[in-house]
Ligand binder design. Structure first.
Ligand code: IPE
Ligand code: IPE
Ligand code: MG
Length: 248
């Protein structure tokens, strides 16, 4: 990849990894096999993103609404999650990837919670890329927990109500210390956010592809990155203004 192309690589890519179930059903397999293949696709995508210079990759692995699925599927997903943590953490650590989990963790099995904490601790010093895994995550939950934290500070007298603004709220969000996503990719053909990063996606470029998540690979990633590189991000300004400041 040329230097010129590298300039347009998004610093933060977020992915809604959708379509595992359909991938399996189309082949007459149980849905859980689709989730397993999805884990494989994630491994390849993490590597490809790191190679391309992405700084933060945030993936939606399990939404706060996914508990509504049949208990057998939820159970299989929890198993797969635990197994993936056992298998992948060392490899990620060796690759210089920092792991973080966002979401309401209290609902998970204590063994799983412990594994998540261990993985975060082990990889905390890594700087090549940050991989954020959203589990039992909901965008509304995130905003509500940030509001609750601010309310606590106000009640304790540490924060004036007038100081509650966008910056203060953003700081308390789950990804408050990271840059906002530049590019959101959703696989599986649906064109919706499904309660993912509601606040943080305010100015992300949204890329929807019919590719089912288990089929997502480096080539599919490069198509998304090429599309992103062709966007003009105006953040409310006019195209002429942007061109002028680029010349200055
Ligand atoms: C995404 O794939 C994985 C999770 C939501 C856990 P799905 O399981 O939603 O796959 P489809 O959308 O049913 O094909
Ligand atoms: C979104 O996919 C959540 C994840 C990919 C983890 P869903 O398959 O749960 O979304 P909906 O239900 O189709 O909106
Ligand atoms: Mg789905």
């Amino acid at each position: 990849m040329s230097l010129q192309e590298k300039i347009d690589v998004p610093a933060h890519v977020a992915i809604i990894m959708d379509g595992n179930g359909r991938w399996a059903e189309q082949r007459g397999y149980p849905r859980v096999l689709g989730h397993r293949r999805g884990a494989t696709a994630l491994r390849a995508t993490v590597r490809a993103c790191a190679e391309r210079g992405v700084r933060v990759l945030t993936v939606f692995a399990f939404s706060s609404e996914n508990w509504r699925r049949p208990s057998s599927e939820v159970g299989a997903l929890m198993q797969l999650f635990l197994q993936s943590l056992r298998r992948e953490v060392r490899r990620l650590h060796e690759a210089g990837v920092r792991l973080r989990f966002v979401g309401e963790r209290g609902r998970f099995d204590p063994a799983l919670q412990a594994r998540m904490a261990e993985a975060e601790e082990l990889t905390a010093g890594n700087e090549r890329m940050t991989l954020v895994v959203a589990v039992n995550y909901g965008g509304r939950w995130d905003i509500a927990q940030a509001a609750r934290a601010l309310a606590g500070e106000v009640a304790a007298g540490r924060l004036a109500p007038e100081a509650v603004d966008e910056v203060a709220l953003a700081r308390h969000l789950a990804l408050g210390d990271l840059p906002e996503p530049d590019l959101l990719i959703r696989t599986g053909g649906e064109q919706r956010i499904s309660n993912f990063l509601l606040w943080q996606l305010a100015y992300a470029e949204l890329y929807f592809t019919p590719v089912l998540w288990p089929d997502f690979d480096a080539e599919a990633l490069d198509r998304a990155l090429a599309w992103y590189a062709g966007r003009e991000r105006r953040f409310g300004q006019t195209s002429a203004q942007l061109q002028e400041s680029a010349r200055a």
